[in-house]
Every structure is written in C-alpha cells, then in structure tokens.
Design a protein around this ligand. Structure first.
Ligand SMILES: NC(=O)c1ccc[n+]([C@@H]2O[C@H](COP(=O)([O-])OP(=O)(O)OC[C@H]3O[C@@H](n4cnc5c(N)ncnc54)[C@H](O)[C@@H]3O)[C@@H](O)[C@H]2O)c1
Length: 427
C-alpha cells in the first residue's frame, strides 16, 4: 500500500515511520526543505521522541520511507493520504482559527488526487470542517467528488508527544467518514497499520467532536482541580492529598492542579466548541478563564511570600508548556514572566531543551544553573527530566514555588527554603 503523510512534524513523522514499519511504501511530504532533507538522510528533526531515531533510520535505509516537498506528486502516487498539518490559532483572547497551512496542504493534496484514493485528516478540527471545508476544497482542486470519486474521513490523533509509538499501540483509533464507505475504508487502513483497536463512529462530525470532547474534558477537569486547590489553600488543606484520596473511588478522575495549561491542544480546542456555540459551552468558557488565571495566582503567592516582588530576581524552571517537550505555545511560562516583570521582578528562565540563544530570541533572560546569580525565588513551571535530581541545597533562593506539585517538599524545607505549591499548604 502506498501512503502519503502530509506534514512531517512531531506527529506526522512518527506516523510515517509507523506506516512504513507495517510494510507500506510511505512518501512523507513537508513544505520545509530542511525537514525533507533530514528525513531523507534518516535523521529526525524531531527530538525527545522515544523510538523515532532508530525507527526513522531503519525505514529510510530499507527504502520504505522517503520525503519530498512535492505533495501533489506524492499524493498522485498514493492510495491513502494522511494529513497532519497544524490548524493554527492566533494569540488573541478568542483564539481565532488560522486555516492557512491546512488550506494550502489541502490544495496541494487536491491537485494530486486520483480517483479511488482515501484522504484522512488527523489534525484536530472544528466539527464539520472535514465535510464542509476540506472536502469541497479537495473537490475544487481535483474535480473529483468525495464519497463518489474519492473517500474522505476524519480520525483524530490522540497520541502524546514523547511516547507516540507506545500510544499508537494502545489508544483506540477513532474513525468517521463523510459516508459509510469512507468510514469502512479508513477503518480498514488503520487495522492494517496499527495494532490498537479501531473504533468506527457514525460520521466525520462524530469523530471530530470526539477529540474536542476528550480535550475539553481535560481542560474543565484541570480547572476543577485548580478551584479545589484554591479552596484547599484557604482551609490549610493539602488539595493533592484530598484529590488522590478521592480518586481511589472509581468514578473520580480529578486531574492535578497547577500553574496553568499550555500547548497547542488543551487550551485551544475548547474554543473550537465555544466559537461554534455562542449561547452555550458555559463550563468550557469558565474553565479557560480559571486555568489562564493560575500563573498570575502563582506570582501573587510569590509576592506574598517574599513581601514584595519589586527588585527581586526569580528563576523560572521550564519555558516549555510541559515536561520534556520542546514546545512553547501558550506555555504558562509566558504569563509568569510577564506578571513577574509587571510586578517589578527580574525573571530569569532556564530550560534544558532551549539554548541560551533560543531563549534570548524570545526576549527572555537565560539562566545557566551552573553559574546562577543571586536569586530570591525559584518557580518550577515544567517538570523536565533534568529537574528530577536537582540539588535544592545547592540552589539559590529562599522560596520555591512548585507549580506542578511534584517536588519533594521535605527536601526543599530541609534545604532551608520556604516551599509553596498550587494544591499544597505552604510550609
Ligand atoms: N503535538 C502534539 O502533541 C499533538 C498531539 C495530538 C494531535 N496533534 C495534532 O497534530 C497536528 C500537527 O501537530 P505537530 O505537533 O505534528 O505540528 P508540527 O508543528 O510539529 O509539524 C507540522 C509540520 O507540518 C508542516 N507543514 C506546514 N504546512 C504544510 C503544508 N502546507 N504542506 C506540508 N507540510 C506542511 C510543517 O513544516 C511541519 O513540519 C496538530 O495540529 C494537532 O491537530 C498534535
């Protein structure tokens, strides 16, 4: 089976390797020539992805995976086309959608589309986009009709960067087409290339909605955990202990409180529903506000502990929105830095995944853990693997804000520092 994967990013490249490892002849397509060149040398431009380096080198050497910038030609040579180019959003308060990359990829796919091909979108989309926007764009560029001349489905990508191959083996694959034949063909494709269970749902819309249900649930759940943490702080209760205790009941799945929710997915996809339901989606709206306010609350906690932030130096550990992924989109670190500066503090940022020059390009002041200047407080924003064995006794600062409730509070106290956390009583 010949498969084109359009978009060789953090998700697309592992998918291309996965399909090749199942014997498909894969053509990976990307507009970035440096990505294409690296892939054709068997070198992954995506770091921190378990199994990817070895898998890519193996599949390229075996001749099962090749990359190209010519998407239309690759599509013309393929029976199945998987599109995993991001749908961007702007950084305004409403996160307006920016379809440019996806529309451009869709045009290129349409130009190469041949009768009988199956096109599957995996990029998270608003409900109705596969049938209402992308299908017609493919039809306009190809002169072919979906559901008659070619097959069209949506299947959300549910994997977690860093452990994509593991998740591909274990997370059920949800598939819904614009018609039953498209659903059946897409389900048959995934049964061939994945080991996970394949779940066919009624329609492309159900499939699109399932991803928004999954991600919005997580955002709302985290907001609830954050509200629990704020309440518990007033009562001097350890919220994390209470949540862990509650979660021993099988119906409770409360997530962890923290300094906020970042990344391209969880803080963004609720807006796909919110935009589409002007009168509804009250909880997702509120959850967004609660989660976005958490970084500011963290800064307020620091101000209270230090007396004032004016003239202080605060070290932020982790620019990435979460541990061990080199991604800054909507990271709570941005709000932390902004609020610290507004309060008159000097924020320093350390992140083992970013060089000092990369941090400077973001207009941040980089910190080197080996040669730190005097620091008043440290904030753990992203719990990178590198931070697991930090020697707190050797770290400067008299206050530590554990933004993820993961550090050893006793060790920090033993190092003579004040320990603060979202979700744990101060000590
Ligand atoms: N990153 C995640 O953790 C994650 C998890 C689940 C699902 N997803 C879904 O995967 C999508 C892609 O995410 P990602 O992290 O792989 O993005 P990414 O930014 O890492 O990669 C996107 C790639 O697409 C390429 N591209 C852009 N426009 C193109 C075009 N017109 N034609 C061909 N290639 C083009 C870019 O050059 C880049 O290499 C997301 O939008 C989301 O819907 C992501």
């Amino acid at each position: 089976m010949r498969v084109a994967v359009v978009g060789l990013g953090k998700i697309g490249l592992p998918l291309a390797v996965q399909y090749a490892s199942k014997g498909c002849a894969v053509l990976g397509c990307d507009i970035d020539p440096s990505v294409v060149a690296a892939v054709n040398q068997g070198l992954s431009p995506v770091r921190e992805e378990a199994e990817l380096d070895a898998g890519l080198a193996r599949e390229v050497a075996a001749g099962r995976l090749r990359a190209t910038t010519d998407t239309s030609a690759a599509v013309a040579a393929s029976e199945v086309v998987v599109v995993i180019v991001p749908l961007m959003v702007d950084h305004g308060p409403d996160r307006q959608l920016d379809y440019r990359a996806l529309d451009c990829a869709t045009r290129d796919v349409g130009r190469g589309l041949r009768p009988g091909a199956l096109v599957i979108y995996e990029t998270t989309l608003p409900v109705g986009a596969t049938r209402g926007r992308l299908g017609p764009a493919l039809a306009a560029a190809s002169g072919l009709a979906p559901g008659r001349d070619f097959w069209l489905a949506f299947s959300p990508e549910r994997v977690y960067s860093g452990r994509i191959f593991l998740d591909l083996r274990r997370y059920p694959k949800i598939v819904g087409g614009v018609d039953p034949e498209s659903t059946a063909r897409a389900a048959a494709f995934y049964r061939r290339v994945l080991e996970a269970e394949v779940i066919a749902v009624d329609s492309a819309e159900t499939s699109e909605f399932s991803k928004l249900v999954e991600t919005t649930y997580r955002d709302v759940n985290i907001a609830l955990a954050n509200e629990f943490a704020l309440y518990a702080a007033q009562r001097g209760i350890d919220a994390q202990q209470a949540i862990d205790a509650a979660n021993t009941q099988p119906y409770a799945h409360v997530h962890r409180p923290g300094l906020g929710v970042g990344g391209h997915c969880i803080p963004v996809y609720p807006y796909f529903l919110i935009h589409d339901a002007p009168e509804g989606m009250h909880l997702p709206r509120l959850a967004r506000r609660v989660n976005d306010e958490m970084a500011g609350r963290g800064v307020w906690l620091l101000a209270e502990a230090l007396g004032t932030l004016r003239g202080t130096t605060v070290l932020v550990l982790g620019l990435a929105y979460r541990e061990d992924v080199k991604e800054t989109a909507f990271s709570p670190a941005w709000t932390l830095v902004q609020e610290l500066r507004r309060a008159g503090a000097r924020p320093l940022v350390h992140d083992p995944l970013f060089s000092a020059d990369e941090l400077r390009r973001f207009e941040l002041e980089p910190a080197d853990l080996a040669t730190l200047p005097p620091v008043d407080a440290v904030v753990l924003q992203a719990y990178h693997g590198r931070y697991r064995d930090l020697d707190w006794a050797a770290m400067p600062g008299r206050v530590v804000l554990d933004g993820r409730s993961v550090l050893d509070a006793a060790a920090i106290r033993a190092a003579g520092k004040r320990y603060l956390a979202i979700g744990r009583p101060p000590a």
